[in-house]
Design a protein around this ligand. Structure first.
Ligand code: COA
Length: 155
């Protein structure tokens, strides 16, 4: 079940992010670096960060949701503990965030951004019905040009 990410639990999440590159990959080009638990929880204006635990109570995934328009929700900052990847936590987090978006009155579209090289995330989002809007943004990270695609799906 989704729980709110708190400053206390965010400290655990920081251990999953070892470089600015990792931080930009999951949180976008405007992310502060180095990150702190407070910055992770505060995030972008309006975003509500959530976390998921496994059956043993270990924190395994985070992700956030915010409203960007009257009818549009935006998912961001989806991140799974590197030690728990490939076991369905990213999918569970996405499905939980989509459910949470259904609780927001008026939302009928959900959007997100993903870097083109991020094959695991692109495959997950495509499988969940997200499709490119055609909008792209490029950012230079550690001397490399990273292209981020905007994806959307009906709720
Ligand atoms: C992207 C990420 C959230 C996926 O989480 P995960 O728990 O590893 O993914 P899941 O086990 O739920 O897999 C869900 C789907 O993702 C895709 N996927 C996951 N790992 C993959 C990989 N290594 N290669 C290709 N596709 C992959 C598959 O489509 C998979 O579906 P399947 O199991 O039916 O094949 C995780 O890799 C992560 O935290 N990456 C670093 C942060 C990041 O890039 N976040 C996304 C920002 S947009």
């Amino acid at each position: 079940m989704l729980e709110p990410l708190t400053v206390h639990t965010a400290a655990e999440v920081l251990a999953w992010v070892s470089s600015r590159r990792d931080a930009v990959q999951f949180a976008g080009p405007d992310v502060a670096w180095p990150l702190t638990p407070e910055l992770l929880v505060a995030g972008t204006s309006g975003h509500v960060p959530h976390a998921l635990r496994d059956v043993d109570g270990r924190l395994v995934a985070t992700g956030s949701l915010r409203r960007t328009g009257e009818r549009v929700g935006r998912i961001g900052r989806v991140l799974v503990d590197p030690a728990a990847r490939g076991r369905g936590w990213g999918r569970r987090m996405m499905l939980a965030l989509l459910d949470r978006a259904r609780d927001l009155p008026g939302i009928d579209v959900v959007e997100l951004g993903v870097y083109t090289f991020n094959t695991a995330a692109v495959a997950l989002y495509t499988d969940l019905g997200f499709r490119p809007t055609g909008a792209e943004r490029s950012t230079v990270v550690a001397g490399e040009v990273w292209i981020s695609l905007e994806l959307r799906r009906p709720l």
